[in-house]
Every structure is written in C-alpha cells, then in structure tokens.
Design a protein around this ligand. Structure first.
Ligand SMILES: NC(=O)c1ccc[n+]([C@@H]2O[C@H](COP(=O)([O-])OP(=O)(O)OC[C@H]3O[C@@H](n4cnc5c(N)ncnc54)[C@H](O)[C@@H]3O)[C@@H](O)[C@H]2O)c1
Length: 440
C-alpha cells in the first residue's frame, strides 16, 4: 500500500517507519526542511530506542522516504495519515491549526480518491471538520478515519508493532477496510481492531490519557498522606496493585506527570467539558494535584536548608519527562530547576539522552555533567527527577565522597531507605519516611 504520513515527530516518524517495516511504501512529510534533510542523511532528530536502525533499513531498502513536498506525497498515496502536533492554545484547548492546514492541503493536492487517517490527538468533532474541509477543497471521495495513537515514548516501536488494540473510527466502509488492511500485520496475535464512529474514537484517546493521569495524581496524593500518617507508599502500592481490579501500572509516586500529552490532553478534556457546559471536577483536581506535586521536592529542599539555598549548588539527575526518551516538553525537571535557579541556587545536570534538548531549553544557566557522577563534585545535594535505569545502582560511597553534604532528594523512589541509612546518606523520597543520617 502507498501511504504518506504528515508530521515527522515522535508519532509520525515511528508510525511511518513501522508502516514501511511491514512492507508499505511510505513518504514522511514535514514542514521543517532541516528535519527532512537530517532524516535523509540518516540523522534521527529524536531519541527513541530501536528507531534509528529501522529508519535506516527501510530507507535503505527504498520503502521509506522524506520530503517537505506535501502535494506530491499526497498525489502518490492512497492513504494520508495526519500526525502533526496539536499543542495547547492560550485557552487550554487543543490548537488545530496544523491539522486543518494539512487537511486543506490534502484536499487541494488530491488527484483521486484517498483515505485520510487522523492520528494526531484531536478534540471530539475534529474528523467532521476535516471532512468538511476535504469536501470544500476536493471533488474526490476522501473518507476520514479517526485513528488515535496510544504508543508510549521510550517504547514506541514495540507499542506500535504490537499494539494492545487499534482504534479506527469512521462511518465509511471503504475507509475502515483500507485501514484494517494496513493494520493487519500488527495484530497477528489477535489483539483487536476496534471499529467505532469518529467521535467515540476521538473520545477514547482523551479518556485513556485522562484515566492514566488520574492514576498518577491519585497515587501522589496517597503518597503525600502516607508521609503524614507514617505509612510507606511502596507497601501500600503493592498492597493495592495485587488486586486485579486495580493492577500495578501507573501507580508509582513521583514528581508529577509531564510530557507532550498528559498535561495538554487533560486540559483539552476540561476545556471540551466547559464548552459543553459540564464541569469535569475530577480532572480539574487531577491537574491541580499534579501542579502541586511538581513543587513538592523544591519545598522539601528549601525546608532542609532552612529556607535559604542562595549560592548552594545542586546536582540534578534526569531531565527528560520520563526515561528512555529525550523529550523534555512539560518535564517536571524544568519546573524544579527554574524554581531552584530563581531561589539563587546553582545547578549541574545530567541525563543519558536529553542533554542536547536541555542545552536548547536551559542554555548556560546550568552546567552539564558528562556523567552523572560529574554533577556531584562539590554539590550540596543530589536531586533525582527521572527514573533512568542507569541511576538505580550507583556507587553510594563514591556519591557520598563527591557530595559536600550527603543528602539525596529522590523524586522517584529509586533506592531503599535502609540502604541509604546504611550508607550514611540523608534521604528524602516520596511517600516514605525520611532517613536522617550521617554528617560527612
Ligand atoms: N508523543 C507521543 O508520545 C504521542 C502519543 C500519542 C499521540 N500523540 C499525539 O500525536 C500528535 C503528534 O505528536 P508528536 O509528539 O509526534 O508531535 P511533534 O511535535 O514531535 O511532531 C509534530 C511534527 O509535525 C510537523 N508539522 C507541523 N505542522 C506541519 C505541517 N503543516 N505540515 C507538515 N508537518 C508539520 C512538525 O514540524 C513536527 O515535526 C499530537 O497530537 C500528540 O498529542 C503523541
């Protein structure tokens, strides 16, 4: 099958590459010439495990190409997948300008019947708007299929190749049949392709992300209460997680959710509810809890240093909003670092993959450690923000030797409190008793 994927970001590049990997001819389109040129050279602009090898192989075998020329990509394709960004606008709603511009361009360039699939996360009713735009700009039949994407950054290839389910929303039999054909190789283990109407498909994506964000805010609130009442969130988390009605996923306390999806999607649902004169009280609370959670670690640091961190230096391990990605959009690390800088502290950072992104976002306002240990030298404390595997088993003696004062503020509960007590390190974590120990 011949496809074009418009928008070559985290979703579009992964989707396009995986479609090519299953034998389709795929043209990836992006509006940024530098991105397209880099991809043509084999330079992958994002970090996603396994992606580089797949891009190179499929491009090398002629099934995957990159262009800025949307019109010729559309003319050469039977299916056009829209995967451009839908960022939050000033009111909190999703900004659909890129999606609608692409819809218009597809309609104008169409040289025959096509199928348009919307993979971007879009508000309910967007497929209808895209359909109207296509009808205004083209006389060919162009059904619109809503095809929300559920991949996780950091495991996107695996998620795309073996999805838990594929959601296809449309009332058009031809459009649905074509999309089922494209997805058939990805559901050979009988994971379902769920067919529904456009609006239900659009709502499914928002409902999924809203529920996951709710689980995170819920467990963070429980962790905060654990601290007050002297319970241990790790025990509580396991105690509830073994109940099959609850499960273990998304029940790890931390510094709040970030990334390009949860914050904007939760906002978009609240905004959609408001537009429909419904107050989504639960999601407003989820968002409020999350905003507060991003500030908790800094409050704890200030408290430890008697309210004054001016001139102190902190090491920060982990900048990406989660491990196995270089994505720092809405990352809690940025909020934590900005607050520490505003209070007059100096910061030294390390992340296994997000250093380039960090340089773009933070510039020379922080210093950069080549390794995680480099950041510790002479620092007043270590702050852990992202749970990279690389940070799970450090050399505590070395850590203690490098830090000016042996204090760790762990926003991800990477270590056992007993282990830290033995190492003589003062250890603050989330929802567990604080370990107060050694002076150096
Ligand atoms: N990142 C994720 O994990 C994830 C998961 C599921 C769904 N989504 C959704 O998928 C969509 C894309 O997300 P992303 O993270 O890939 O975004 P992104 O910002 O990484 O990529 C979007 C790309 O679209 C390009 N673009 C914008 N306007 C364009 C135009 N008019 N023509 C051609 N290209 C254009 C941009 O240059 C950019 O490369 C969003 O709606 C997002 O909510 C993202």
């Amino acid at each position: 099958m011949k496809l074009c994927v418009i928008g070559t970001g985290y979703v579009g590049l992964v989707a396009g590459t995986c479609f090519a990997e299953s034998g389709n001819d795929v043209i990836c389109v992006d509006a940024i010439p530098a991105k397209v040129e880099a991809l043509r050279r084999g330079d992958i602009p994002i970090y996603e495990p396994g992606l580089e090898e797949l891009v190179k192989r499929n491009a090398g075998e002629g099934r995957l190409s990159f262009t800025t020329d949307l019109a010729s990509a559309v003319a050469a394709s039977e299916i056009c997948v829209i995967a451009v960004g839908t960022p939050m606008d000033h009111s909190g709603a999703a900004d659909l300008s890129a999606v609608m511009a692409v819809a218009r361009a597809i309609g104008t360039a169409a040289n025959g019947p096509k199928v348009v699939a919307i993979k971007s996360t879009v508000p309910i009713g967007t497929a209808d708007r895209v359909r109207r735009e296509l009808q205004e700009t083209s006389s060919y039949p162009i059904p619109v299929v809503s095809n929300p994407e559920f991949m996780k950054e950091g495991a996107a290839i695996e998620d795309f190749m073996k999805p838990d389910r594929v959601v296809l929303g449309s009332d058009d039999a031809v459009g649905l049949a074509k999309m089922q054909e494209v997805y058939a190789p990805f559901v050979r283990t009988d994971n379902p392709i769920l067919l529904m109407d456009n609006r239900s498909a659009e709502m499914t994506k928002y409902a999924a992300n809203s529920l996951l964000a709710t689980k995170i805010s819920f467990i963070n609130e429980v962790a905060n209460l654990c601290e007050k009442v002297g319970a241990d969130i790790t025990m509580v988390r396991k105690g509830i997680g073994h109940d099959r009605r609850i499960g273990h996923h998304f029940l790890f306390p931390g510094v709040g959710y970030g990334g390009s999806c949860f914050p904007k999607d939760v906002r978009a649902v609240i905004s959609t509810a408001q537009d429909n004169r419904l107050d989504f009280t639960l999601l407003r609370a989820v968002e409020e809890v999350n905003d507060r959670q991003k500030r908790i670690l800094v409050g704890r640091i200030l408290e430890h240093f008697a309210g004054d961190i001016h001139g102190r230096r902190f090491a920060v391990w982990g900048l990406a909003f989660k491990p196995r990605t270089d994505d720092m959009r809405e990352a809690p690390a940025v909020i934590i670092i900005e607050r520490l800088l505003a209070a007059g502290a100096q910061i030294s950072v390390h992340d296994p993959e997000a250093m380039d992104e960090a340089r773009r976002m933070l510039g020379d306002r922080v210093s950069y450690g080549r390794t995680n240990y480099d950041t510790l030298d002479g620092a007043d404390a270590l702050i852990i923000v992202t749970e990279w595997n690389e940070f799970r088993r450090p050399d505590f003696e070395r850590m203690k030797g490098l830090l000016k004062e042996p204090v760790v503020f762990d926003g991800r509960n990477l270590y056992e409190p007993e282990q830290m007590a033995q190492a003589g390190i003062t250890y603050y974590s989330m929802g567990r008793p604080t370990v107060r120990s050694g002076v150096k």
